[in-house]
Design a protein around this ligand. Structure first.
Ligand code: PSU
Ligand code: MN
Length: 309
């Protein structure tokens, strides 16, 4: 597996110097946001991490390799090209073997981060159980990878286009710990809270300690940290519901299913809200990068002394 990993100069140096590194995904760039905001966000997230003393490793597949850490040219390709594959676990081998360009989802980014030895990963919102999943069976691969890849994923909950209650039930079934960061209500992506309860944690240290304890116990699973969007940037839950319903109706009329569904819904909602949802999305990811850096700094500091996690 190691021969398929290609580290950027920055990430290689960071590992050598025992500096903290966090993972960032690339589907949010290629499929989650429109150009040119996607490119600006990709750069901004990396800058936020660096300001906090953490080296960002944005991950994608390119030239038959799993790239850990990208340069500006790679980010531009992901942001502009319209033939980029959206890669979850099942697509990794195909995209590597055919040397195509693939943007990694939460699922594939977790897998690649774990291969690279990176333990903390920041995204926007994870994929989950879609509304009407009892008929469509549409459940994101993200939930399965959270149950078997030992990486901490910092998110603003699951995307509000999903059935959040079924998503939490599924995570419980799969044994995935879900923690609200300074909240006991599961956040709803664009809104800081839903009416669903989760366990609350108040400090990055508590999250790092639980992760280390799991690893020492041999409990090899991820941890989902649900970090609410700051209230000043949120769009209230009740207001979002109307927009989401319109987007879902349009997806149904156009027979959009499978891996196309999430990108379609996100971009419809950007249109319906005239860009407000995009602004919220950007703010919440930035907020997640900050928390991911804090967790990573504690985890790395404590672990580099002694424990091998
Ligand atoms: N978070 C965002 N925007 C996104 C995504 C997450 O703010 O576009 C992407 C992630 O890559 C996630 C994927 O893994 O959407 C989920 O897709 P699906 O529902 O098809 O599994
Ligand atoms: Mn799906």
């Amino acid at each position: 597996m190691k021969k398929y990993l290609e580290f950027s100069k920055d990430v290689k140096e960071a590992f050598k110097k025992k500096q903290s590194v966090i993972a960032l995904e690339s589907t949010i760039i290629s499929h989650g946001m429109p150009y040119p905001q996607n490119l600006e966000v990709a750069g901004k997230l990396e800058a936020i991490a660096r300001e906090m003393g953490v080296i960002p490793a944005t991950i994608c597949l390119m030239d038959g390799k799993v790239k850990i850490g990208l340069v500006q040219k790679d980010l531009e390709l992901l942001a502009k090209a319209d033939n980029i594959a959206k890669v979850s676990r099942r697509d990794i081998g195909r995209i590597i073997a055919t040397k195509k360009v693939g943007a990694t989802t939460v699922a594939a980014t977790m897998i690649a981060a774990n291969w690279a030895g990176i333990k903390v990963f920041a995204t926007g919102g994870i994929g989950g159980v879609h509304r009407n999943a009892e008929n469509t069976f549409d459940v994101s691969n993200d939930l399965i990878e959270l149950s078997r890849v030992p990486v901490i994923v910092v998110s603003a909950g699951a995307k509000a286009i999903l059935d959040l209650s079924k998503t939490l039930e599924y995570l419980e079934t799969m044994g995935v710990p879900v923690y609200g960061y300074r909240t006991d209500r599961f956040p709803a992506f664009y809104s800081s809270q839903s009416n669903l309860k989760v366990d609350k944690l108040d400090t990055p240290r508590q999250i790092a300690d639980i992760y280390k304890t799991n690893i020492k116990l041999g409990l090899i699973n991820g941890i989902l940290v649900a970090n609410p969007i700051p209230e000043k940037y949120e769009i209230p839950f009740a207001e979002m519901e109307g927009y989401i319903d319109s987007a879902l109706e349009k997806a149904d009329e156009n027979n959009i299913t499978g891996r196309e569904l999430t990108p379609f819904l996100l971009s419809e909602i950007v249109k319906i809200t005239e860009g407000r949802s995009l602004q919220a999305n950007i703010k919440l990811v930035e907020n997640n990068v900050r928390l991911a850096c804090e967790i990573e700094k504690i985890l790395y500091y404590t672990c580099s002394q002694k424990c091998e996690v």
